[in-house]
Write a protein that binds this ligand. Structure first.
Ligand code: ATP
Length: 263
């Protein structure tokens, strides 16, 4: 199923934070949403998955209008949300966390099949199946958060900064699983990422958000040379940033991530 967002607006109380955002993700496609802190990326995701009712615009799952349906209903229709900060249940085992993700699938008799598929994607979880989730590393908890979302057998998955605070090698593993979900399971993947290098390494297209709107969009190759993307990240003006390469931006974002990780 595709995900189509049209002219979405959102606000917290009277503070308007999304000003007409439109995008589309087709099955077998990864679209990344990038942009600096406070651009509105998380708010966009929360509106899409029903956690925050938008003030205007539309969200379609396939051809069904899911705007304002609420998170539980939307998840039952095939859209899975992997929130920021990998919210797993720390005192429960990996197995129990997976069971909670797949509770509605137990009834259709395909629970074991889903579980096995999820563990095949993340063999590390299979090795830790009886371990308390809170005892695992941040990367493993992120894997569990994704595996748990997959237990609901979604056709669209939206992820909020899965790379946050993780070592580059683990980020690579997670990014590669997203590629598998696209290529082998034809999922539509909407990936929010501050880590440009990670996002651009797997995305088919990317949308750059700034101050609640879309600044520009294109393929990673197109955006890599776009001075507006660099300016959006580093806070300079597009003209003065024109000579900079995306490497400089990626370096700045990496350094920023490192700082956040070491806190
Ligand atoms: P980050 O990468 O830092 O998470 P973001 O691009 O995801 O940033 P959002 O979290 O969507 O941005 O925030 C967009 C704007 O809305 C920001 O100005 C933020 O301060 C504000 N905001 C976010 N959540 C709330 C809230 N619960 N109440 C009030 N304002 C909020």
């Amino acid at each position: 199923m595709s995900l189509t967002v049209t002219d979405l607006t959102a606000a917290y109380d009277r503070l308007r934070v999304l000003h007409g955002v439109s995008l589309r993700v087709d099955p077998g496609e990864i679209v990344a949403v990038v942009g600096s802190n406070g651009a509105g990326k998380t708010t966009l995701l929360r509106c899409v998955s029903g956690l925050l009712p938008p003030t205007g615009g539309k969200v379609l799952l396939g051809d069904q209008d899911i705007t304002r349906l609420g998170a539980e209903k939307i998840s039952g229709m095939g859209l899975a949300h992997v929130p920021e900060n990998r919210l797993v249940f720390p005192s429960l085992t990996v197995e129990d966390n997976l069971q909670l993700g797949g509770w509605n699938r137990k009834k259709d008799g395909r629970y074991k099949e889903r579980r096995d598929q999820a563990l095949e994607l993340f063999p590390r979880l299979a090795e830790r199946i009886n371990l308390q989730a809170g005892a695992m590393s941040g990367g493993e908890q992120q894997m569990l958060a994704i595996a748990r979302a997959l237990m609901a057998d979604p056709s669209v998955i939206v992820l909020d900064e899965p790379s946050l605070g993780l070592a580059p090698r683990v980020v690579g593993e997670i990014i590669s699983v997203l590629g598998t979900l696209r290529d082998e399971r034809s999922l539509a993947v909407l990936l929010i990422e501050q880590n440009l290098r990670a996002a651009f390494s797997v995305a088919d297209r990317a949308v750059v958000m700034e101050r609640g709107g879309i600044l520009t969009e294109g393929t990673p190759a197109e955006l890599t040379d776009d001075p507006r993307v660099q300016a959006a990240y580093l806070g300079g003006s597009a003209s003065t940033m024109a000579e900079d390469s995306v490497d400089r931006v990626a370096h700045a974002v990496d350094a920023y991530d490192e700082k956040r990780t070491s806190r």
